[in-house]
Design a protein around this ligand. Structure first.
Ligand SMILES: NC(=O)c1ccc[n+]([C@@H]2O[C@H](COP(=O)([O-])OP(=O)(O)OC[C@H]3O[C@@H](n4cnc5c(N)ncnc54)[C@H](OP(=O)(O)O)[C@@H]3O)[C@@H](O)[C@H]2O)c1
Length: 287
């Protein structure tokens, strides 16, 4: 078996590190001796996490900012390279979800989700790229979602942002390998984090349903973090922290209708939106 990379003293920068998968990954990386740069908007949460990492003997730097602000993301890379002299990996993880039909998603939310999930990823890549290019090595890890593989009703815009990350990575991978940079995309399934609390809900859905959570396979943030650390050690293009999820693209390629049928999408959608009765039922009197 090939030995993995030695992670000790390597430098990793993580966006969306104040909670969930990002925070768990920061802790897991620090435990392996990596130096970690943390980025998110909630300063108190970042400082609390940084304190925990320092108390365990880890080295950490925090930068408060919004991934929609390209200069702020560049500031993360500047801060870690100034402190440690290099950057070995960037993890574009910051993101959030929306539960609403495309047709009635408020325009400001539609814009925000692409700004954060897609452009926030682009800004992270662009910030790290010049450093990686000079070093002729580096690792870009993008936290997408299994929903990139097949859009979920009531989550269509979220799925679209995750698919955008994934498809962007197909081309990026080739652009990157010419300068010695690795690219990986992580496809978690439903993960127990604050993601479901911070979800922007359709005004209709909130009125009718409250905060019912989607069903399906679940995993912990630590399990996703473990898969990411493993990928830092042994880079590969696709990472499925929940193994069975790697069957989704295969099933989709075999029959695009299969997953929709298996997961009973119309019922799922009605449940999510609090719609009673059948969707698509024909008007009375029609055969
Ligand atoms: N949980 C799931 O079921 C699941 C499944 C598949 C994929 N994912 C993906 O995993 C990633 C992490 O999500 P999570 O589950 O760990 O959720 P989470 O606990 O809500 O964490 C989201 C992180 O993103 C940060 N963030 C959000 N908007 C930001 C912005 N504008 N600027 C900077 N940071 C921002 C948040 O920090 P601040 O609020 O402090 O800025 C937080 O640290 C996301 O990309 C998500 O799409 C999650």
């Amino acid at each position: 078996m090939l030995l993995g990379r030695d992670l000790a003293d390597r430098v990793v920068a993580i966006t969306g590190a104040s909670s969930g998968i990002g925070a768990a990954t920061a802790v897991a990386c620090a435990r392996r001796g990596m130096r970690v740069g943390l980025f998110a908007r909630r300063e108190v949460r970042l400082e609390k996490l940084a304190k925990e990492i320092r108390e365990q003997g880890g080295e950490v730097e925090t930068v408060v900012g919004d991934v929609r602000d390209r200069d702020a993301v560049a500031g993360l890379v500047t801060a870690v390279t100034r402190r440690w002299g290099s950057l070995d990996a960037i993890i574009a993880n910051a993101g959030f979800g929306i539960v609403a039909p495309v047709a009635t998603t408020p325009p400001e939310q539609a814009r925000e989700i692409f700004d954060v999930n897609v452009l926030g990823t682009v800004w992270a890549i662009q910030a790290a790229w010049p450093v990686f290019e000079v070093q002729r090595q580096g690792h870009i890890i993008i936290v997408s979602s299994v929903l990139a593989q097949h859009g979920l009703p009531a989550n269509s815009l979220y799925s679209a942002t995750k698919a955008a990350q994934s498809v962007m990575a197909d081309g990026l991978r080739v652009e990157a390998e010419t300068v010695g940079i690795d690219v990986s995309v992580v496809y978690p399934v439903g993960t127990d984090t604050e993601f479901f609390e911070s979800i922007r809900k359709s005004p209709d859905r909130e009125r009718k349903l409250g905060s019912a959570l989607p069903s399906g396979p679940r995993q912990t943030a630590d399990q996703v973090a473990h898969a990411i650390v493993d990928c830092l050690e042994r880079p590969r293009f696709e990472v499925y922290p929940y193994r069975a999820a790697r069957l989704v693209p295969w099933a989709d390629a075999l029959s695009p209708k299969l997953i929709a049928k298996m997961l009973r999408f119309p019922e799922y959608y009605r449940r999510q939106m609090g719609i009673e009765g059948e969707t698509g039922t024909k008007p009375e009197g029609e055969a």
